[in-house]
Design a binder for this molecule. Structure first.
Ligand SMILES: *Cc1c(COP(=O)(O)O)cnc(C)c1O
Length: 351
């Protein structure tokens, strides 16, 4: 497998790597379906974890290399990206300014004071709620010189984190069960040996990666990384922020930009965008999401979130039940984090 050269880009270490890759046998059995693995990027180790940690390693690596002292970023009131940026800035001694928008149709006290936004303040970030472009311009003026990170940390620099993540996954994935079932009958030492062997094993044992997609840096980085590593895995990107067509355009543009930044070919037909699990909109509960969050919790003890990973999980469940993911496939569900968001949606999970 070839490896794109990520070492040319400044990076600051913020997470615990590699994040675990776990088999979900009970979930697979429950669905009567594919071999499901879960990539635990909810366990990145930075203030409740999540997918923004990988992007921030490159974004803040660059901010430090350029000598910045202040970081500005944007998000929804319950932005996981804002919370992880706040944590990373605290750790690096940077001033963190968060410009948050009411992009979910809620204004209740729980939504506006708990979950991620509670943690933003705790982590020492300054939170400003902005309503429009004028508010943003005024805030930026007042803040002064700063390293500005786009929403979701999604530009080509941030997406490099997920190019690296794709390579990380491919070094972890076990050979198909016909060749080895390391966790059946093997002792811990043999398991470890198999795991090390698999690091040089054939890439491409994964058929699909299922992941929630909003600002697209995660899907774009994965697409470039998987393609460069010679894996055949398809990225099933589940739109959770805007409809499929718009999401597809954003994914394609950022995939191309990321490939250009790395100086590698732009991958073609690598990402399928699914729009059927968005429901009425961003941050709005759907019955499929609630069911999937319960299913993961009760079969695997894994906590998803209502806005992102829960809708991606609903897509995984729906695609398996519809036979669009075959029972003989190997699927990696990429857990992107979002735990604090669970606590601002209590009504979706009663009973
Ligand atoms: C931001 C986020 C995503 C989406 O990632 P993008 O790179 O913005 O597409 C998915 N899940 C969670 C929990 C997130 O916070």
């Amino acid at each position: 497998m070839t490896t794109p050269d990520l070492t040319a880009f400044p990076r600051v270490r913020l997470g615990h790597w590699p994040t675990p890759l776990e088999r979900c046998d009970r979930l697979s059995a429950e669905l009567g379906g594919p071999r499901i693995w879960i990539k635990r990027d909810d366990c990145t180790g930075l203030a409740a974890g999540g997918n923004k940690t990988r992007k921030l390693e490159y974004l803040l690596g660059r901010a430090l290399a350029e000598g910045h002292h202040t970081v500005v970023t944007f998000g929804a009131v319950q932005s996981n990206h804002a919370r992880q940026t706040a944590a990373a800035c605290a750790r690096l001694g940077l001033r963190c300014e968060l410009l948050l928008t009411r992009s979910v149709p809620r204004s209740d006290e729980l939504y506006e004071t708990s979950g991620n936004v509670l943690l933003d303040g705790l982590l020492g970030a300054r939170v400003r709620i902005v309503d429009d472009a004028d508010d943003i311009a005024a805030a930026l003026e007042e803040i002064g010189p700063a390293y500005v990170i786009p929403p979701g940390g999604s530009n080509a620099v941030g997406a490099l984190g997920y190019v690296g993540a794709a390579l990380e996954l491919l070094t972890q994935i076990q050979p198909p069960p016909e060749t080895a079932r390391p966790d059946q009958g093997a002792g811990p030492q043999e398991q470890e040996a198999t795991r090390l062997e698999s690091k040089v094993g054939p890439a491409g044992a994964v058929d699909r990666v299922v992941v929630a997609t909003s600002t697209a840096g995660t899907a774009a980085g994965l697409a470039v990384g998987l393609a460069e590593a010679g894996s055949a895995a398809q990225v099933e990107a589940v739109a959770v922020y805007r409809p499929a067509e718009e999401t597809r355009a954003v994914v394609e543009e950022l995939t191309a930009e990321t490939a250009r930044l790395l100086g590698v070919p732009v991958p073609e037909d690598r990402v399928t965008v699914h729009g059927d699990w968005l429901g009425p909109g961003y941050g709005v509960v759907t019955p499929e999401m609630s069911e999937a969050v319960r299913l993961f919790a009760r079969t695997e003890g894994v906590l998803l979130d209502p806005v992102y990973s829960g809708k991606a999980a609903a897509a995984l469940v729906g695609l398996v039940r519809a036979g669009r993911i075959g029972a003989d496939e190997t699927v990696v569900f990429w857990h992107t984090g979002g735990l604090p968001g669970l606590f601002v949606y209590p009504d979706a999970f009663v009973g």
